[in-house]
Design a protein around this ligand. Structure first.
Ligand code: GCW
Length: 649
């Protein structure tokens, strides 16, 4: 048995106190296997701390964890005659059942509890790390990482601190995640070698994560046959190329028998892909899928393909259209073990976007929805932004969406609090829970996270703490939205690092992210009638709703329409007045959050309190900067004064 002792970092949603109810019981664990051993070790540690006992035979237990059910990852929780039983389909199910018992606390042992059946909505619940092995000259160790260094890599090497990897796997398993990609989708030279001569590093990570039921996936370069294999081409139709992928993949499975598969970013932002050979993305995905199929692996093929060298003068090209235009004609052509991984919005993880229409256009293709837990465009873990309400809106959009697998770009690193901002841990936790159960209420998820992370019995005023956490977190995404780019128009961030306001930062660049503000109005005309026609990519009723200025939801108005500043919104205010009002309000709310946090001084650990306070200080400063730049910009463009006479610099 491997040592499972947690390391000296913040315990996140698994502090020892969260195991009190379980650990004070008499527990019987039945079965054999690696994950059952993990369960046994968890139980033993909890019982040692809290006075319970691990039973081995016939003594009467309070809790039985046993195997024997239908779904490998599922379990049934029941209480009969005062004994709580978790009957799991397979070993992973027992592990998830254990963490469910932890989540329930005392409630798991209440007599007469109705039996509950639990099983994940989808087979794979995955986090993608954009971690580099070699620190990248611009992007650093972790691309878009705001949590210190990588958990896996440092300065070109695999990290020596394997215990931290193990602890991470434990946290992921406790919220339901079962797959992880350990390197950046932008695959640079060193990282390309993880597939071949540095595979041992990947195997070492897999060894740490395996006891928690997590499979390792690898981002690979489409040009691997050239870069690693010395072939003259990476053309997917070339026999040598196919043979190279087949043989390379066979070796991978020889080393890591339960390897998950490949993640590919192709023909995107400079990454190589099948277009170079006149082949389609289905052709490209096929060659990798075929290599993986005999071993049970999958390829996640990203749909984030667009022209990043667009001419800003050309108003007919629309980046929002790109994924659908490229991929919808390929529906039905992807092999069974290929999963098309689609960003949740048509552009790029903005705080407000419509749901990507591609998700409704691929009935014959396996899909994954990609969320971004790392807060690239939502405050970079300096601002508080609980993202689950946004993700839930995406998941509720249409029946296709919750049926897809879920992937999140990870937000964790070697920071002592895992996620830089301690409250950003909730985003990782919530992602796992929503991937398991897409229809869960995001605020109920937050309650789970609060109870686990800030165990009520460990604080003198749990009610005040809970109230405060809800007050600062529930609406934090909307607060962020208020003081940043208005009404869904997006991208008013500083080019490059994407932190803080820069209204015209991207306006005259090749990136395809424009707002088209002039003296008369603002927004992108994506209608069929007079714009780029993007609205036509949606099925009814959305094609009509988004096409119509009158019906389009306010929060997306400028994503779909170019309107005059005097355009009247559903709430009765004009666009320009809405911009002023929301920006004043948003910055004020940020200041209120900061005040509110003071009420939990002494209720949470000092280091957590201080870190959150410092981040909130920066959020208050930055929100005021956003308010002033956005308001000043639109006042100067439009010449329309604020109806309430507030000072606009
Ligand atoms: O949002 C953009 C980021 C890039 C990222 C890219 C992607 C990994 O700015 O840093 O590259 O998306 O999703 O591929």
């Amino acid at each position: 048995m491997n040592a499972l002792d947690p390391v000296e970092v913040h315990p996140a949603w698994l502090p020892p106190a969260a195991f009190q109810a379980l650990g004070s019981r008499r527990v019987l664990v039945r079965g054999e296997g690696l994950l059952v051993e993990t369960v046994r070790a968890e139980v033993a540690r909890a019982c040692e701390r809290h006075g319970g006992a691990v039973l081995s035979g016939y003594e009467s237990p309070d809790l039985v964890l046993t195997l024997g059910g239908a779904h490998e990852e599922g379990f049934v929780l029941a209480n009969q005659d005062g004994v709580t039983e978790v009957r799991a389909g397979g070993q992973p199910g027992m592990l998830y059942g254990l963490f469910h018992v932890v989540r329930l606390g005392e409630a798991a042992f209440a007599a007469g509890r109705e039996p509950e059946v639990h099983r994940p909505a989808t087979r794979r619940r995955m986090v993608d790390h954009w971690d580099n092995v070699d620190a990248h000259p611009v992007m650093g160790q972790v691309e878009r990482g705001y949590s210190g260094g990588s958990l896996f890599w440092a300065d070109g090497e695999l990290r020596a601190d394997r215990a931290r990897m193990r602890s991470y796997g434990r946290l992921l398993a406790a919220c339901g995640v079962n797959a992880i990609a350990v390197n950046n989708v932008n695959v640079h030279t060193t990282e390309a070698h993880l597939l071949t001569d540095r595979l041992g590093d990947v195997a070492a990570i897999a060894n740490e994560l395996r006891p928690y039921g997590i499979r390792v996936h690898l981002s690979v370069s489409f040009a691997s046959p050239i870069v690693l294999g010395g072939l003259p081409t990476a053309d997917p139709a070339d026999e040598q190329v196919r043979a190279w992928w087949a043989e390379t993949t066979r070796r991978v499975y020889e080393t890591i028998a339960d390897f998950g598969g490949y993640v590919v970013k192709a023909d995107s932002e400079g990454q190589p892909g099948p277009f170079a050979y006149g082949r389609s993305h289905a052709d490209g995905a096929k060659v990798l899928a075929e290599a993986l199929a005999p071993h049970g692996g999958v390829v996640h093929w990203r749909a984030f393909v667009y022209n990043h060298r667009q001419d800003w003068r050309d108003r007919s090209t629309d980046r929002a259209r790109a994924a659908y235009d490229h991929f919808s004609p390929l529906d039905g052509q992807f092999p069974e073990n290929a999963i098309l991984q689609v960003k949740h919005g048509p552009i790029d993880f903005q705080p407000r976007e419509p749901v990507s229409p591609l998700l409704t256009a691929m009935p014959a293709t396996r899909l994954a929805v990609e969320f971004q837990a790392t807060q690239e465009y939502t405050g970079q873990q300096r601002h508080l932004c609980y993202l689950a309400p946004m993700w839930s809106e995406v998941l509720a959009f249409s029946p296709e969406v919750p049926a897809a697998e879920l992937v999140a770009v990870a937000n964790a690193g070697d920071d002592p609090f895992w996620t830089g901002h301690p409250l950003a841990q909730a985003n990782l936790y919530a992602f796992g829970r929503l991937a398991w159960s897409p229809r869960m209420d995001p605020l109920a998820v937050l309650d789970e996270w609060i109870d686990l992370t800030f165990v009520p019995s460990s604080t003198s005023d749990p009610a005040l703490l809970r109230r405060t956490l809800h007050a600062v977190m529930d609406g934090s995404w909307r607060t962020y939205e208020r003081y940043t780019a208005p009404l869904g128009v997006g991208f008013m961030v500083r080019p490059g690092h994407h932190y803080g306001p820069d209204v015209d930062g991207y306006e005259y660049t090749p990136w395809g992210t424009y707002h088209f503000a002039d003296r008369d109005g603002v927004g992108v005309d994506r209608t069929r009638a007079s714009g780029t026609g993007f609205t036509g990519q949606y099925p009814p009723p959305w094609a009509q709703v988004y096409e119509s200025r009158e019906q389009c939801p306010d929060e997306l108005l400028l994503f779909f329409h170019h309107v005059p500043y005097g355009h009247v919104l559903h709430d009765g205010s004009t666009v320009i007045q809405h911009i002023y009002d929301t920006h004043f309000a948003g910055a004020e709310q940020a200041a209120e959050l900061r005040q509110r946090w003071e009420s939990v001084a002494g209720l949470v650990a000092e280091d957590v309190y201080a870190r959150v306070r410092d981040r909130l200080d920066e959020q208050v400063r930055s929100a005021a900067e956003w308010r002033d730049q956005i308001n000043a910009y639109f006042f100067r463009k439009s010449g329309v004064p604020d109806a309430k006479g507030r000072r606009i610099p």
